[in-house]
Design a protein around this ligand. Structure first.
Ligand SMILES: *Cc1c(COP(=O)(O)O)cnc(C)c1O
Length: 417
């Protein structure tokens, strides 16, 4: 069966110009297997998963502990409703998640399906909280230019990437975009703002823009002073990518809302969680009309919970965070070698095991050509503009980091020499 042909006839891919995808001479890569940081295509070729299958995978593919946890739950039940019922794994997972914030007010967990819904949930909670607690005038949000928070309509209205979101902006929420704290401070009507949304430490889609040290702490102090809720989007930064379990730990910040998804299940199943403070939660107590009217069919899916719990176990048994910190230093060596020797690299950025290699050219489509070429050197990743993203599973070894950077080096030379 020619699956590529069938795909071209019937599938529609995200963020993709289908005319190019379905062109006669374009051959889509069919991934049929994975093991550790390696992906395998239908021709038996192996590649390093250089962007963790779009920023999701944590401990590697086909990990026996992950597989077993999911299989064990599957032997009991695949899905039951969290509307009107509960199940043990959802309760345990909630307790384990809030245990990363001991002694704080961030103790309540609302489950959903993916990064976008984790954000939607925070936005609707933030709005409903104000509506029913005497602050109905606080209906606006602040987001940062270059930010990315997902593609559902509410989340998209927070998106600060013009090319993706500009056309939809007039249909969404009222959002003020700022580029930094100074601009936020000088907004005229802060008393109408319900919440500020930010990707802490590093903006992923914004070519891995790293915020200045201390910025998050200052933002927390400012939002507290203005009674504005701080919504942290840790959909990408969560679960160890930055070398901390959560990026906000780096600056000792506890938000009002913490949105988690991608790495929550180790990248095995779609699932999300919005952590929220008890004080916000209490604003929903009282009559039936004060309940939070929001939910999805697969909320707290038991298979997802099993995967998430197994992933948290692996963080402990495999000492994942210590490994990330150690490997990040090594990745730095590799990146500075690349910077010094390649000649076509404008700058590299790194935060934990998240890195960006910006090619020194403004020629459109170069990043895509480099990533395409890197396949030849057994690396799969995607560019953002002319920036090559390197965000491997946290289980990557030093040798594999070396291979990954060498592949980028060679691919850039091939395309630009
Ligand atoms: C990927 C991402 C999202 C959206 O998550 P989906 O699971 O794709 O809906 C939101 N915020 C950030 C920072 C992300 O990286």
């Amino acid at each position: 069966m020619d699956y590529a042909e069938i795909d071209k006839r019937h599938c529609w891919h995200p963020f993709t110009q289908q005319e190019a995808w379905t062109a006669r001479d374009y051959e889509p890569l069919m991934i049929v297997g994975g093991e550790g940081v390696w992906l395998e295509d239908d021709g038996g070729n192996r590649y390093i998963d250089g962007n963790s299958s779009i920023w999701t995978n944590v401990h590697g593919h086909n990990h026996p502990v992950m597989n077993e946890a999911i299989a064990e739950q599957l032997g009991r039940i695949a899905h039951s409703s969290f509307l009107g019922f509960s199940h043990p794994l959802a309760a345990e997972l909630a307790a384990r998640l809030v245990a990363f914030f001991p002694g704080t007010d961030l103790q309540r967990v609302f489950y959903s399906d993916d990064g976008s819904t984790a954000i939607e949930c925070a936005l609707k909670m933030a709005l409903q909280y104000r509506l029913q607690n005497g602050e109905a005038e606080r209906t606006e949000f602040v987001a940062f230019l270059g930010g990315y928070h997902g593609d559902t309509l509410g989340a998209a209205s927070l998106g600060g990437v013009e090319a993706f979101f500009g056309r939809f902006r007039k249909f969404g929420l009222r959002v003020h975009f700022v580029s930094d704290l100074a601009e936020l401070r000088s907004l005229p009507s802060l008393d109408k703002v319900a919440g500020v949304v930010i990707e802490p430490l590093i903006q992923g889609v914004n070519e891995m823009h790293v915020w200045p040290e201390g910025m998050l702490r200052e933002l927390r102090a400012f939002t507290e002073g203005e009674s504005i809720h701080l919504i942290l989007d840790e959909v990408m930064t969560g679960f160890g990518r930055t070398g901390e379990m959560f990026a906000c730990h780096r600056e000792g910040v506890v938000p009002d809302f913490l949105c988690l998804a991608k790495g929550l299940t180790g990248g095995y199943l779609p699932m999300a969680a919005t952590l929220v403070t008890e004080s916000i939660y209490e604003g929903f107590l009282g009559g039936a009309d004060r309940a939070f009217y929001y939910g999805h069919s697969y909320t707290a899916n038991p298979l997802g919970c099993a995967a998430a719990l197994a992933s948290l176990d692996l963080f402990e048994s495999e000492k994942t965070l210590a490994g990330v910190r150690e490997k990040a230093v090594y990745l730095d060596y590799e990146l500075s070698d690349l910077m010094g020797e390649n000649g076509y690299v404008r700058v590299t950025r790194r935060c934990g095991l998240v890195a960006a290699v910006e090619i020194d050219s403004d020629e459109v489509g170069l990043g895509a050509r480099v990533c395409e070429r890197a396949r030849r050197y057994q690396l799969l990743t995607r560019p953002i503009g002319n920036t090559v993203v390197l965000m491997p599973p946290l289980s990557i070894t030093r040798d594999e980091i070396g291979m990954m950077v060498a592949a980028v080096d060679q691919a850039i030379r091939d395309v630009l020499d």
